[in-house]
Design a protein around this ligand. Sequence first.
Ligand code: FE2
Ligand code: FE2
Length: 163
Amino acid sequence: MSMEYVNRLISNETYMKTMGEIHEMEKSRIYCHHGFNHLLDVARIAYIINLEKGFGYDKEFLYLCGLLHDIGRAKEYITGVSHKQCGVTLAKELLAQIDYPKEKQELILEKVAQHGHAPMPKEGITRDNFFWFADKRARNCFACKAAGTCNWPMEKRTMEVQW
Ligand SMILES: [Fe+2]
Ligand SMILES: [Fe+2]
């Protein structure tokens, strides 16, 4: 399966520069970081869930969602505006720069906008919300040293390994 657009993204100057900024700004952060380990964990967990549940998304689409979903973090740290909101604006620019098919861009932007820290979906994992779960299950809360002051409610934390 082609990962051409994924590899275009990680060769994109703006993308890599923004990832570098996030890395710098999170150096003294005691809570979860938003570097490539997290982004690729989310992509891979989303892809595993997608395969297990037969949701039928293509691999490259989910990797782009993973790589882009937290890209608004740099701006959030500077402006205080939610990274979901800032992320949509930047992700839109980046998807255009890598020439990702227009008709599929909107769905990625939707995942960026909606991956947030809303309450746990009560309906369990569905084709529409599984990216939310992948984002949360990509965190090793069971081994976290900052768990005592983390603002995530217990129900959202990953205390058992599923994927
Ligand atoms: Fe996030
Ligand atoms: Fe995330």
